[in-house]
Design a protein around this ligand. Structure first.
Ligand SMILES: [Zn+2]
Length: 120
């Protein structure tokens, strides 16, 4: 595996995500677009905020994964599955460069961990 190329790719992705998260946050704070005095207009703005919040949230979540992948890369554990300890398939890493699970473990897991755990 070309560690340097992977690191470059992850660093580039990290910068993109940081930019996206901070852009969405700035919009959420209405730095350039203050809340309207008009109620109907405010409703539209708040709906837009929900979308921005989701963008910001997903960018931050991916950012954490990318940063974790960079740490694993530095520690020489980048290709090691965090669940079973086996090797992560190279084609899987090519498709999802920040993954920490092999295909079998990833498919066994729920794709999107929800808020809170059902049934404890
Ligand atoms: Zn695994």
């Amino acid at each position: 595996m070309e560690t340097d190329a992977v690191r470059e790719r992850l660093l580039k992705r990290r910068d993109e995500l940081r930019q996206r998260a901070s852009d969405a946050s700035a919009d959420l704070r209405h730095e350039a677009d203050p809340l309207s005095a008009d109620f109907a207009e405010q409703v539209t703005q708040r709906e837009n905020d929900d979308v921005l919040g989701a963008i910001s949230h997903s960018a931050r979540a991916e950012l954490q994964q990318v940063e974790a992948a960079l740490r694993r890369l530095a520690q020489g554990r980048y290709t090691t599955c965090a669940v079973c300890g086996g090797d992560i398939e190279p084609e899987r890493l090519a498709a999802v460069p920040y993954t920490d699970k092999c295909r079998a473990c990833a498919e066994g897991a729920r794709p999107m961990p929800g808020r809170g755990r059902p049934g404890g």
